[in-house]
Design a protein around this ligand. Structure first.
Ligand code: FAD
Length: 504
């Protein structure tokens, strides 16, 4: 099917938001903006979507967000569910890290090709009336007090300008937007070298787990089952391998065999070589221009966090831009994007760096110590639950954010509200705005414009009280991204104070 049929509507000449880059992060942001009624345009330099199946793991917290974006079912249809990680050393199972124990609405990851994640988001965006404008490259930005003028160029060199209230650079690791803002990815750029393959092959490993092989040999191998017979495999390379050596099936098979990965490759769909790099921009916002996803942070794929973190950036920014477009206010709420997401990006870089170091130790003594610690630590303590929750990004919270308020007993300002089976969870999936959660026989209604009040039925009251610590007369306000904006005992004053923070 052609990507852009002839009968597409003409894009708004002056959108509220111009999204530069239709990777998973730009698409997620555009979906979030469009479902909130924001006029959005998305441009991408590629003539057609990429065929590189890069990120394959979608973590538990991302599934929460994809549900809100209206694409969870389509993602699950194309994915395999992953319930844990198996670690091996010297042919024996060292430890299992289960995801089932994490406190989450979706206590699992799923694996699917990034191309499928992008296809699902693109289809949802089209449902919302927005189509990616392809073969359209951003080349210049003129940021003014009241908007941004972007210059875009077609392959034949012809240019056009797009005036938007805001521009978001989701244009990946080599971001033009970042460059035009004069920002750089800062950090350590030393990294390990891996062979990577998406292959059809035969193996006996549990398809509902990821598999890591620390030894035999000096280097690590990884296997991630994908739908059908496909698997993503990685093989760490020793230092000094010729960077120009062509990646072949034979080389990959040999590397897998040496690392104890018992997979027989039948057909390769994508073979490449991956050299790890880390870096993060110091600022995510410059005036009316924002950076998200790989444009703002890059790191090792250890933990599979890159695309996930970028989608979380998008979901954090979407509702804030929607409110800014509606109100014309560009202050504290938009600043909070950087305040909330920059520390998360730094934490992800630290975690993926630690996981990479742990997984790529070369000293045999250090390897033995690591294997013993992992065996004892993960098999006999709650370390596996903590590690699983961290990798599944269920520990992301915005405590201390300048735009959350109040004090909680069970749920705290900045927490993600996890409510799998209650009326509140359903309302959150349907309501694009703020949701004030009210117990029956609670306080008087009609708190403030823009805050939907949800009176919980008596049936759901106990579950909600347990999950939130909410008592009669108290209030929990859930933000449009599912995080808790306010926990308080005095609804009228609390909501007024909370909304004043957003208006600052
Ligand atoms: C080999 C490899 C394996 C990976 N494996 C994993 C993994 O297992 N798990 C994981 O989480 N992450 C993985 N990643 C990282 C993951 O792919 C990225 O984090 C993710 O793609 C980031 O999404 P994005 O939307 O920010 O950027 P991208 O996906 O890079 O999309 C950026 C888009 O912007 C467009 N663009 C660029 N410049 C311009 C311009 N000037 N004008 C208009 N459009 C422009 C590009 O064409 C592109 O479509 C891997 C990456 C690589 C390279």
């Amino acid at each position: 099917m052609p990507e852009q049929p002839a009968a597409l509507p003409t894009p708004a000449p002056t959108p509220d938001v111009l999204v530069v880059g239709a990777g998973p992060v730009g698409l997620a942001l555009a979906v979030d903006l469009a479902r909130r009624g924001v006029a959005v345009r998305v441009v991408d330099t590629l003539a057609a979507p990429t065929t590189e199946s890069r990120a394959i793991v979608v973590h538990s917290r991302t599934l929460d967000h994809l549900q809100a974006l209206g694409v969870l079912d389509a993602v699950l249809e194309r994915a395999v569910v992953s319930r844990g990680m198996e670690l091996y050393a010297d042919g024996r199972r060292l430890a299992h890290v289960g995801f089932d124990g994490i406190d989450a609405v979706h206590p699992y990851s799923v694996s699917l090709l990034q191309t499928d994640t992008e296809a699902v988001l693109t289809a949802r965006l089209a449902e919302l009336g927005v189509h990616v404008e392809r073969s359209t490259t951003l080349t210049a930005l003129d940021a003014r007090d009241d908007g941004v003028v972007a210059t875009v160029t077609a392959p034949d060199g012809t240019g056009a300008t797009i005036e938007a209230a805001f521009v978001v650079g989701t244009d990946g690791a080599r971001s033009t937007v970042r460059h035009l803002l004069g920002l750089r990815l800062e950090g350590s750029f030393a990294g390990e070298d891996f062979l990577l393959g998406d292959v059809d092959g035969d193996h006996d490993y549990d398809p509902s787990c990821f598999h890591t092989f620390f030894s035999p040999g000096e280097a690590t191998g990884l296997l991630f089952p994908l739908p059908g017979d496909r698997a993503r495999v990685f093989a760490q390379l020793p230092p000094g391998v010729d960077p120009d050596r062509p990646v072949t099936v034979e080389w990959l098979q040999e590397a897998l065999d040496e690392r104890g990965v018992r997979l027989r490759v039948r057909e390769a769909h994508w073979l490449t070589r991956l050299r790890l790099k880390h870096g993060q921009v110091p600022r995510y916002r410059v005036g009316r221009v924002f950076l998200a996803g790989d444009a703002a942070h890059i790191h090792s794929p250890a933990g599979g966090l890159g695309m996930n973190t970028g989608i979380h950036d998008a979901v954090n920014l979407g509702w804030k831009l929607a409110l800014a477009v509606a109100s014309g206010r560009t202050g504290a709420l938009l600043d909070s994007y950087e305040a909330e997401r920059h520390p998360v990006g730094a934490d992800v870089i630290a975690l993926s760096t630690r996981l990479t170091r742990l997984g790529t130790l070369r000293n045999p003594v250090a390897q033995r110590v690591r294997n013993l610690v992992l065996h004892l630590g993960l098999e006999s303590t709650s370390l596996d639950e903590r590690l699983a929750a961290r990798v599944e990004q269920q520990r992301v919270r915005y405590a201390g954010s300048p735009v959350v308020a109040g004090h909680g007993r069970t749920v705290h300002p900045g927490d993600f509200l996890r409510l799998p089976r209650t009326q509140v969870a359903d309302a959150l999936a349907r309501t694009p705005g703020h949701l004030a959660v009210v117990l029956p026989r609670g306080w008087p209604r009609h708190l403030a414009e823009g805050v939907t009040e949800l009176v919980v039925t008596e049936e759901d009251e106990d579950a909600l009280t347990e999950a939130t610590g909410l008592t009669h007369g108290g209030i929990v306000v859930v933000r449009p991204d599912g995080y808790v904006g306010l926990v308080g005992d005095d609804p009228k004053t609390g909501v007024a104070q909370y909304l004043a923070l957003l208006d600052g």
